[in-house]
Write a protein that binds this ligand. Structure first.
Ligand code: SF4
Length: 353
């Protein structure tokens, strides 16, 4: 990655950010707890989606001590729909480390923060620069995309060596007086101007004057990534069984995808209606009757679930399942989106994440 004009990046970017940066709730202060929480929530998730989750989470868990003491069920409920639930588990683990090892005070050095559960280079860099003014860049996919375009870099940006190079390049640019501003303005540029999934909005870009990708006419072709192996497809049959106003749910295994989360009973493979009925009977769902059927394809990073769902009514509540009514679903049972899509869904549909 090379562009001698990058030295001008801070002076072009910082005034733009002060004038045009979005007023997001986690930008109201520099509390390490708030910044850390927002950075974890923002991984893989858009700011517009995170906003409501962030406010609700802090409303209920306003301190690291409250997060450390939160039950797993409640934590999942607060995270319900955000996905990547390991993030929530790690947040609580890290809060407990902060309570026990640092007496409840958020650590202030890069190495201590980087060592917290669930914290990688990106999050440590973001917290240290935004909260403590350290010249530690936060290099994620957004920042890599911006840099690749600014430098007309045709190397695959997901190579560790390229990421390392980007971090070194940025470290040298950090102004002593405004590390916070540079980190946030780069994130903002990547989110609102030098956008993913479509052409960059170069016409309104504050750094267009120094953009090598734009000058060479290659910005839209960047960044380059190494080719990922195709996602594995798995067929699954889900049964949403209702009995006396309650639905059957169960916990997933403690390891693997969506570990320890709630789910509707399901089995591998795509069953016909007759096969689903006999499976339901074998589970002890007495006199099962299929009311309707739905379909959904749920996409995870490495796998996609192709799900067919049978809605059934039945005449008994076998104890192998937990039976949850509407109130319990609303207060306590956190269903991952892959299963939540079947709540209230009718007829045959297809959907994404
Ligand atoms: Fe991205 Fe275009 Fe700005 Fe270059 S000029 S940084 S490609 S938005």
């Amino acid at each position: 990655m090379e562009n001698p004009e990058l030295a001008e990046l801070p002076e072009l970017l910082l005034p733009w950010f002060r004038a045009c940066g979005r007023a997001l709730p986690w930008r109201r202060d520099r509390s390490p707890y708030h910044v850390w929480l927002s950075e974890i929530m923002l991984q893989q998730t858009r700011a517009e989606t995170v906003r409501a989750y962030y406010l609700r989470f802090l409303d209920e868990l306003p301190t690291i001590a409250a997060l450390a003491a939160c039950s797993e069920e409640r934590l999942y409920k607060l995270w319900e729909g955000l996905g990547y639930y390991a993030r929530a588990r790690n947040l609580r683990k890290a809060a407990r480390v902060i309570q026990e090892k640092y007496g409840g005070r958020f650590p202030e050095t890069y190495d201590e923060i980087r060592a917290l559960p669930g914290v990688g280079d990106y999050t440590a860099g973001a917290v240290c620069s935004i909260c403590f003014g350290l010249p530690t860049p936060a290099v994620d996919g957004n920042v890599l995309r911006v840099l690749a375009r600014l430098c007309a870099c045709a190397e695959p940006v997901d190579r560790p060596a390229v990421r390392k190079e980007a971090a070194a390049l940025l470290s040298a640019l950090y102004p002593a007086s405004d590390a916070d501003g540079l980190t946030q303005s780069l994130m903002e540029l990547g989110a609102t101007v030098c956008v993913p999934n479509g052409p960059p909005k170069c016409g309104g870009c504050p750094v267009r004057r120094i953009c090598k990708g734009l000058r060479l006419g290659v910005a839209e072709t960047l960044p380059v990534r190494t080719r990922r192996p195709p996602r594995r497809a798995e067929e699954m049959t889900v049964i949403v069984a209702e009995c006396g106003g309650a639905l059957a749910v169960e916990k997933r295994a403690e390891r693997g995808l969506l570990a320890g989360m709630w789910q509707f009973p399901n089995t591998a493979g795509r069953l016909s209606e007759a096969e689903a009925l006999s499976l339901a009977a074998a589970w002890g769902l007495r006199s099962p009757r299929v009311l309707r059927r739905a379909e959904h394809t749920h996409i995870f990073t490495h796998v996609e679930w192709r799900m067919v769902c049978y809605y059934m009514s039945c005449a008994a509540r076998p104890a192998r399942f937990v039976w949850a009514d509407a109130a319990r679903f609303s207060d306590e049972i956190a269903l991952p989106t892959a299963f939540r899509v079947f709540c209230g869904r009718a007829e045959t549909e297809r959907g994404g994440v």
